[in-house]
Design a binder for this molecule. Structure first.
Ligand code: ADP
Ligand code: MG
Length: 689
């Protein structure tokens, strides 16, 4: 027998049963190579292990029948109702099968065709028949019925189940043994299927147990590959790049610490100690600080920056919004300028003109600034630090792995990197998306915090809510009203949603006409308004989600969120975190008229828990990890089989295995090959970054 070279990267066209025309159709599903087809995993499975003999069918039960068709007839019963009837016969007997309103099948069904039909057995008089067909497939000549679990693929009208089943079967049959990428030792220790067996069994498993084992192996491969990549990244940072080395905390750090208007909580102290230890070691720090809204991450960040400055370095603090950057700038200037620390702000506002931009770039590159606070502008071309020692990204879930990497390249030395997030990240996520980072937790809240009292209210009670807000303002407090939109676009005019602009008009001219109100949103200059709000001159702030992250005005004790059903739970929790920051009791009202029970029960969860972690998990269930982090911003390939909820255990195993594997000398080339094997060709570039 002659041996032809089989390559998974060959065009799918050469798979038996595909050909040029179908290859074109497959391209629309992003299936171009044989490997893509191999990785077109089943959406679900049908248990075909028990084929019922026609003599044994029972009325009322599901059955899988295999037989030949005869007496095919088409009838138009009345307008809008047609049926195809046929006799299905096996070696034990026959019965009638009926398809309703599927005239197009006339061309497909032919006398003598062999069929697998799945459906419910019904009866007409004494005779059993199958009139509720859930699926069927026509067997080609000589095709063996796979006595196992049948795959059900994502299919289209032109590329149906039968096509995918046959084509993938053919592909598997023509394919030599799939190369094993894991060391034998791992396979044996974890009791994993071989990759070859798993790839075949995921399509045509012999039993539910085998399917389970195949899933586990393939999920392991996905997670293992990601882990290897992250470990390689970490190793590269640790080995090839020498980090800066700071001295033990000195006078400057101690002085700033003593000047804080509060003493650090136990957790803040612990986390700062972890950060300080990282900064004092020669390995570049890569650390994630996770702490719920209001837990006091900013103080830790500030101390770390001061430590960098004390050691003669510059520090950069990157915030996700202009408002937040401005707020940090203000806080830091106030706290630090007395100690001779020079703080600068680099945001879109201060770099409006070329001249302004160049001036601040110069100050940064000539080390006239010690700490630079900014937005995305910080990672723009042209920003070159003289001696960058520490980079902190705040509320980091908006920055991905690749953006982190970019920031790291802003200087000759390898700066320490600290990532802070208030979004509670499920463990699976910390180990994947943030797998290159060590994790510190701030669990404890500063003393005296009272949980925000949260109430879901419908539109009818909205005026009562406003009355309550008014009462609070008259007591000297401040309030936020948050809306999902800035203004209405035409497409959104139909649905009932209050825009920030309309709401501002309605409130500032209505019930709050005697109270200083202001509007902020992402399309307007906000710093002046924020300043006035912070100073207490503005009492009621109508805004969009621009205040979602980090804004810190302790005197604000009430928040009203309009159309609350339009927000994710994590987002609502973030928003709610803007109140309850002082000693006074705080309130959050979620206004929603949504009748949908899912929306209702989600909002009810907001009433019953203040635990950001619970809310994030709930969000993740509904929206999936992609959306959780903003589409694909995390820069990692999507998981096709592994699941962030189910596979925590597999993930742990994969992480441990990857640690050893990378330590034992995995190189980038091997890794790229694995990446392609597990994720397909399109991810071969990912590893080059
Ligand atoms: P987040 O973790 O959400 O960024 P912040 O750092 O903005 O939280 O802190 C929230 C509020 O708590 C701020 O007003 C801050 O001054 C205050 N705060 C921080 N740490 C403490 C502490 N140890 N004791 C009392 N108040 C604190
Ligand atoms: Mg913060």
């Amino acid at each position: 027998m002659s041996r032809t070279v089989f390559e998974l990267s060959d065009s799918v066209m050469y798979v038996k049963g595909v050909g040029p025309a179908r290859a074109k159709a497959l391209e629309k599903l992003n299936i171009v190579t044989k490997r893509n087809l191999l990785m077109h995993y089943p959406r679900t499975y049908e248990d075909h292990r028990r084929i019922t003999k026609i003599a044994n069918v029972k009325v009322g039960e599901q059955a899988i029948l295999v037989g030949r068709l005869s007496n095919i007839e088409f009838r138009e019963v009345r307008r809008g109702l047609s049926m195809i009837t046929a006799t299905l016969r096996d070696e034990t007997g026959s019965l009638q099968v009926i398809w309703f309103n599927q005239e197009y099948l006339r061309k497909k069904l032919s006398e003598g065709a062999r069929l697998v039909v799945i459906g419910k057995i019904t009866s007409r008089g004494l005779f059993p028949e199958m009139s509720q067909i859930t699926s069927f497939s026509i067997l080609s000549a000589g095709e063996i019925v796979h006595l196992g679990i049948m795959p059900v693929y994502p299919a289209t009208a032109s590329l149906n189940q039968a096509f995918f089943r046959t084509a993938i079967r053919n592909l598997l049959d023509s394919m030599p043994t799939v190369e094993e990428m894991l060391p034998r030792e791992i396979l044996i220790r974890l009791g994993l299927l071989s990759r070859d067996k798993a790839v075949r069994a995921i399509h045509f498993p012999a039993s539910p147990e085998e399917l389970q084992a195949a899933r586990r192996r393939l999920a392991f491969d996905e997670l293992f590959t990601i882990q290897c990549g992250l470990m390689l990244l970490k190793r590269r940072v640790q080995e090839e790049q020498l980090g800066i080395v700071c001295k033990k905390n000195g006078e400057l750090v101690e002085k700033v610490l003593a000047s804080l208007p509060f003493s650090l909580t136990k957790d803040q102290r612990k986390v700062f100690a972890e950060v300080a230890r990282d900064m004092e070691s020669s390995m570049p720090m890569r650390r994630l600080v996770q702490g719920d809204v209001g837990s006091g991450k900013t103080a830790v960040a500030m101390l770390a920056l001061v430590k960098a400055v004390e050691n003669g370095f510059q520090g950069a603090f990157m915030a996700p919004t202009e408002i937040l950057a401005g707020q940090h700038y203000e806080t830091f200037t106030k706290m630090l300028s007395g100690f001779g620390i020079r703080v600068g702000l680099l945001s879109a506002k201060v770099t409006r003109t070329k001249k302004m931009r160049e001036e601040i770039y110069r100050q940064i590159s000539e080390h006239e600034l010690d700490i630079v606070i900014g937005t995305h502008a910080l990672i723009q071309e042209g920003v070159q630090f003289a001696k960058l020692g520490l980079i902190i990204t705040d509320e980091q879930h908006r920055f991905g792995v690749s953006q982190r990497a970019r920031l790291g390249k802003k200087s000759d030395v390898t700066p320490d990197m600290l990532v802070m997030t208030a979004t509670p990240i499920p463990r699976t996520m910390t180990l994947t998306v943030y797998g290159d980072l060590e994790v510190s937790l701030i669990k404890e809240m500063p003393p005296g915090r009272k949980p925000v009292e949260t109430k879901v209210k419908n539109i009818r009670s909205r005026n009562k809510v406003y009355e309550f807000v008014r009462g609070e303002i008259l007591k000297g407090r401040q309030a936020y009203v948050v809306c999902p939109l800035i203004e209405h676009s035409d497409s959104e005019r139909l649905s009932y949603v209050d825009s920030a602009e309309e709401t501002f008009e309605r409130l500032s001219e209505g019930i709050f006409s005697d109270i200083p109100c202001a509007l902020i949103h992402g399309r307007m200059r906000s710093d002046e308004v924020m300043e006035k709000f912070r100073a207490g001159e503005i009492k009621l702030l109508v805004s969009t989600t621009v205040i979602e992250v980090g804004v810190d005005v302790p005197n604000a004790t009430v928040m009203v969120i309009e159309n609350a059903e339009r927000f994710g739970l994590s987002q609502l929790h973030q928003l709610r975190g803007r109140v309850g920051r002082g000693a006074e009791k705080s309130y959050c009202f979620l206004i929603s008229d949504s009748k949908a029970s899912v929306a209702k029960s989600r909002l009810d969860l907001m009433e019953s828990t203040n635990d950001g972690f619970v809310l994030a998990e709930e969000d993740l269930k509904i929206r999936g990890p992609g959306q959780f982090f903003g589409e694909s911003q995390h820069g990692l390939p999507d998981l096709k089989i592994a699941n962030v909820f189910r596979d925590v255990e597999t993930l742990q195993e994969a992480r441990t295995a990857a640690e050893k594997f990378v330590a034992s000398g995995l190189d980038l080339e091997d890794f790229r090959a694995n990446l392609v094997a597990v994720y397909g060709e399109k991810f071969s570039q990912v590893s080059q970054a």
